[in-house]
Ligand binder design. Structure first.
Ligand SMILES: Cc1cc2nc3c(=O)[nH]c(=O)nc-3n(C[C@H](O)[C@H](O)[C@H](O)COP(=O)(O)O)c2cc1C
Length: 390
């Protein structure tokens, strides 16, 4: 029998028992989060776990997955399985990318370098946030030729926006993800109550401080007057004035594929097609921006039907297991972004923690795909699913 991803992983973990060992990185994401919580400061834990308002959107994201159930099919030779996909000309071993998560220095001293190396080890693209604690160039250097994308928080300074994108292109990033759902920061009760906002301490701003266009707009370099640099970075961080017309400016400054992250309405998906973007990411930012927003999974079918296969549709917000990924793929996503689960892996075990989370996640997806009666992600269709109303 072929030693497939899931079987190899199961064997590796079960064999630990013969040596009296157990996996140190918890296999269950719930237990992993619990372990991360014991390690992290309460402020850092809440920053990652929390969301906007009463966190109704975080709950809705999970409930949407519970309402969709898999209906497994039988007797369909599944010895040969293939999780691989091709995205913008790059072959990926599984339809999974690492979501952009800012300021990873609050989780582990190796921060984004650890997550990026783990992604490279497994062959999955790492999406580096603008608000990272390691620079565009440092992450590129540690990843060598491994696939990576850059997520743009479009700053309220066109020269800095253009500079970020051209630095990413020069450093070998293969796509630009423009996050649209943070024109202003969401109302995050946990962080407000703890009076915790890492950026005002200068964390997560390295890409600004190292940027030539940003530095040009300061009267003193950040090394001399860090306070002024922080306050200027925060002033231009978000850009509520953006409209669809601005996308043309971005297009002039990069040849890379442009994806829009945060799309939840089919009419916005149609606008994106009219403005010739290359891909969409259906996401509500993991419930961190609009409390009471539609669950990302509930938004997915409408967007898939509006786009009619013209561009890839990626998905995040609420994915915790292989079954969740399978449901999003069956509803028409081309690939999914894993978010908080890898952040917990980083907190618990650095690069190794993230690698373990990714390997377990892919093995779980492979098992769920096979046991559902599908040999590849392409075979998945909404017929694999049933909607449960309660
Ligand atoms: C701590 C944290 C930081 C994040 N930082 C960013 C970011 O810098 N840029 C971005 O586009 N999305 C950011 N996100 C959103 C993620 O990319 C993704 O949309 C979200 O984590 C998906 O929800 P899930 O983790 O619950 O599955 C962040 C999410 C978390 C939890």
């Amino acid at each position: 029998m072929q030693d497939s991803t899931t079987q190899a992983r199961q064997k590796l973990l079960y064999l630990m028992g013969l040596e009296g060992k157990q996996p140190e990185i918890p296999v269950s994401i719930r237990n992993l989060e619990q372990k991360a919580r014991e390690i992290l400061s309460p402020e850092a834990y809440d920053y990652v776990a929390g969301g906007a308002g009463a966190e109704d959107t975080i709950r809705a994201n999970r409930e949407a997955f519970h309402r969709v159930r898999i209906v497994p099919r039988m007797l369909r030779d599944l010895t040969l399985r293939n999780l691989g996909i091709e995205l913008f000309g790059t072959k990926l071993p599984a339809p999974v990318l690492l979501a952009p998560i800012g300021i990873q220095s609050i989780l582990h001293p190796d921060a984004e370098l650890a997550s990026a190396r783990a992604a490279a080890a497994v062959g999955l693209p790492f999406i580096l946030s603008t608000a990272a604690s390691r620079s565009i160039e440092a992450v590129a250097e540690t990843m060598q030729d491994a696939p990576r994308w850059f997520q743009l928080y479009w700053p309220d300074d066109p020269d800095v926006a253009a500079s970020f994108v051209s630095r990413a292109e020069k450093a070998g990033y293969q796509a630009i993800v423009v996050t649209l759902d943070i024109g202003i920061l969401g109302w995050r009760e946990r962080d407000l109550q703890r009076a915790y906002f890492p950026f005002i301490r200068g964390e997560g701003l390295i890409n600004y401080f190292s940027d030539p266009a940003f530095r040009k707009s300061l009267s003193q370099p950040p090394e001399i007057d860090p306070g002024a640099a922080i306050s200027h970075a925060l002033k231009i961080f978000a850009n509520p004035s953006l409209t669809w017309e601005n996308l043309g400016y971005l297009r002039q400054h990069t040849r890379l594929p442009i994806l829009l992250k945060g799309i939840l309405h089919p009419e916005d998906a149609i606008c994106a097609l009219e403005y010739h973007v290359d891909g969409l990411i259906v996401s509500n930012h993991g419930g961190r921006q609009v409390d009471g927003a539609i669950a990302a999974l509930d938004a997915l079918p409408g967007i898939v039907s509006a786009v009619q296969g013209q561009i890839p549709i990626l998905f995040d917000s609420g994915i915790r297991s292989g079954a969740d990924a399978l449901k999003a793929l069956a509803l028409g996503a081309t690939a999914i972004l894993l978010g908080r689960p890898y952040a917990w892996g980083l907190a618990v075990g650095g690069e190794w923690g993230v690698t373990e989370v990714l390997r377990n996640f892919i093995a779980d997806l492979d098992a769920t795909l096979a046991l559902s009666g599908c040999g590849s992600c392409i075979e998945l269709a909404s017929a694999t699913l049933q909607r449960v109303f309660n």
